[in-house]
Unconditional design. Sequence first.
Length: 531
Amino acid sequence: MVRIAISVLLLAALTGCYVSRTKLYSGGDSVGHAGAYRCKNGISGKIQQAFVRVRSSGVWPLRDYAYDITIDGKRENPMTMHKVRANLYIVQQRAPRQGGYSYTFLHTFGDRSFVLMTADTVTKEAFLNNLLRQHRLRVQRRSNGPSSYYILVGTDGNKRAFLESHSLHLMTGILNCHKIGRRAARTPPKPARPAPKPSGSDSIRLTDYPLMSQLDPKSYRDPDFMNVPDTIAGSSKTVEIKKLACLATVYAIIARGRGEKKYVDDFYIDPRKPGANGEDARRPAWVESESTLNAEQVRQALQQGTPVILHGVGGPLKEHFVLAIGINRKEIIAIDPWPSSENDPKGSLIRVRLGTDRLAHPNLPITFTKMRNIKKVADTSARKGADADKSKPLNDVYRTVERFRKEAPKRTDPRKPARRQTAGRSAPLSMSEIDALRRQIQPCWYFPANRRRTGPPVVRLRLELRRDGSLISAKVSNPARMATDSDFRAVAEAALRAVRNPSCTPLKLPAHKYDQWKSLTIEFDPAKLGL
C-alpha cells in the first residue's frame, strides 16, 4: 500500500484536477505508515522532498485517518484517502483558492512507489465527456494562475459515482514518488515458533488455525468486496464490510483449519443482493447454535481438540467475535480477527482471563457472554490427512478396501484399442480462475459510449502468452472489419489497450495449466467482459 499522498496545490501548469463546492467523502481510509519520499514531477522534471504524518480520530473500528503533508518545507492542507479498488485511491483535499474540495487519484506500485494522477483532458476528452453525460454532470473550467481545474456541477451522489468510475487509461501520471530509506535486509524467514508445552493437565493449544484478519485483502476472494458499504445491525449508519466481517472471518479461520480453502466473502452475506438482511454471516452446518457462555464447557471442548467461538457485546459496533483455540489454568487464548496494530494486517492472539462466565476482552470494552460450539464430527472428518473415527475397526476396513480399489490397475477391454495419453496435459481453467482473469482485465477495459449505434459490437482477441503471464502478441479475430466499421475499430482498439496496459499485465494464471492458457481467446463486449 502507498504511504503518502501529494497536495494538489503543487500541480502548477497541470490540468485535469476536479473540484467540488461540497465535501463528497467523510472520514478517510488508512493507507499505511508515515515517512519521507523523493518525488519527481512528470511535467517539469523537478525533484521534491516530501514528508507525511498520519493522524487518526475516533475509536475502533470506526477510526478515520487524515494526512499532513510537508513538501520542500511547506506544509499543505490535510487530506484524506478513499479506496476505489485495488491499488487505486481518490485523494480529497480542502482547496480554499478553488472554493471547495479538490480531487485527484493515486495509483500504487508495491509498498514503496506510487504515481499521483489526474484525468487526461487532452487525449481522453471525448471519453470524459461521455462519462460526464452518463452521470448527469456538467463542468466549469476555471484558471488559477498557470493552473486549470474543473468544477463539477451536479448532485453529490453523481459526483462520487463519476469519480469512482474512472479507470487508469483515462488518467495521466504527473508525480512519481519513491520512499526514502534503506530497504529491509533480505533475511530468510524465521522458523515457526513451536507451540508452548502444556503446563498442566488442563492446558491445551490448538495449532491448526491460521491468523486471519478482516482488514487483510488476502482474506477475501474478491479484495474489492471488503470496501462495499453495509448497514450496522440496529442502526442506520453504514460502514465498510471489512469493519463488520469479524464473524465471517472466524468462520473462514475454522474452515482453513479443517482443510478447506475458504475466504471471508464465502460466509458474509452480500448486502448488494436482494433480501440480504439479518445476520451478517452464513452459519456453516458444522457450527452449532448459540448458547450462554460456560467456561467449563469451553475448557472441555478445547481439551477434546475443538475450538469455540466467543460472542462479545459492547464496543462501537455493539458486538464482536473471536475464536478460542487454547486454554490454561488462568486464561483463554483466542484469535481476534481485528489486528492488534493498525500497521499489521494480520489477526492477533489475545489472552482472556478466566474468572466468571462473563469474560472481558483485554484491549477493548467488550464482554463475552455467549458461545458457539463446533461440531466435533464435522471438524475432525474434514481435516487434511486425518481420519474421521479411528476408534471403529469397521471404518478401518472400509478405508483399506477403498485404498486397494484405487491402487488396483484398471481393467481394459482387449477388443478396444488403448486410449492414447498425452503427457503433460492439464485440466481446463475452472470458473473461479476465469472470473479471476476477468477481474484482472476489467479495470483497464473501457468502451467509448459515443461509438454505439444500434447495438454494441463484440470483439474477440487471440492472445499468445508466456509462462509468466506476459503478453507475446494480441490479434483481432476479424481484422478486416476494422477498416470498414468505425464502431468495431473503436472497441478493438480499447480491447488492445486493455490487454497491453502494464497495470493489468502480466496475467496471473495457474502455472500448472500453462498448456491451456498459452493461447487464449477473450471476448470483449461493451456491456460485459466475457471469456
